[in-house]
Write a protein that binds this ligand. Structure first.
Ligand code: PEP
Length: 255
């Protein structure tokens, strides 16, 4: 079974409800005929309902950028996975900005994965190394630790709902993307780790994205790699350029 590629747009803390609705309309209009790629956008929580109205009935899905690690209750400022699941199919977990700025450890990410899966969401789980780790040739060990930590949280019948994103931290928002070969090597490693734990079928089926300074100019290099199943896009997902990225992914992966 060929893996359906994904064009995911992480809007981060951009676009309030009004702007989000406007931009989602633009995406909808320009992507209306596009097939062969799953397009998923991740607005800030507050902008999700307006975006939902704009993309309803279209080929664009919605996700949240985070969810709580607890099912509900007295956790001021948090949004539970079940609340997210009322509006969205997807959630990004373990993004390096959350790990780095908000102290999310593997243990916290694991609790969030559990909540997301219980709520029926599809998590995009991000992993990636820091620049000094890459320079010290520790990339494989860092990725192995992150992947094995979160795989322990996922059961055999749940792995098919999970997507991984390899996002080297030094490439996020810096304009300095990884090379397609470096991304391929790490994504092959992630696939091997999934295979080791869940078997060949799961390893072949799991979708793994590259993220880090993806643009309409460089997406072609990444998507040519048979093991890279699409992109998690930050900065360029805030511009009409995201339409070109989604189209390029669909085109390159057409069977
Ligand atoms: C991201 O936020 O996941 C990301 C990859 O950002 P950018 O594309 O801006 O590097």
């Amino acid at each position: 079974m060929p893996r359906i590629p994904i064009a995911a747009g992480n809007w981060k803390m951009h676009f309030g409800p009004r702007q989000a609705e406007e931009f989602a309309h633009l995406l909808r209009t320009n992507l209306v005929t596009l097939v062969g790629v799953e397009v998923v956008i991740f607005p800030p929580f507050l902008s999700i309902p307006a975006t939902q109205v704009a993309v309803q009935g279209s080929n664009i899905s919605l996700g949240a950028q985070n969810c709580a690690d607890q099912p509900g209750g007295a956790y001021t400022g948090e949004v539970s996975a079940t609340m997210v699941a009322e509006c969205c199919r997807w959630v990004i977990l373990g993004h390096s900005e959350r790990r780095g700025y908000y102290g999310e450890t593997n243990a916290i990410v694991n609790r969030k994965i559990r909540q997301a899966i219980l709520a029926g969401l599809r998590p995009i789980i991000c992993v990636g190394e820091r620049l000094e780790q890459r320079e010290a040739k520790q990339t494989s060990i860092v990725i192995e630790d992150q992947i094995n930590a979160c795989l322990s949280e996922i059961a055999n019948d749940e792995i098919e709902r999970v997507v991984f994103a390899y996002e080297p931290i030094w490439a996020i928002g810096t304009g300095r993307a990884a090379t397609s070969q470096d991304a391929t090597d790490v994504i092959d490693l992630i696939r091997a780790l999934v295979t080791l734990r869940f078997g060949t079928a799961a390893g072949e089926a799991i979708r793994i994205l590259y993220g880090g300074s993806v643009t309409a100019q460089n997406i072609g290099e990444f998507i040519l790699s048979p093991t890279i199943d699409g992109a998690l896009v930050g900065g360029a997902s805030l511009k009409p350029e995201f339409v070109d990225i989604a189209r390029a992914i669909a085109e390159a992966k057409r069977p």
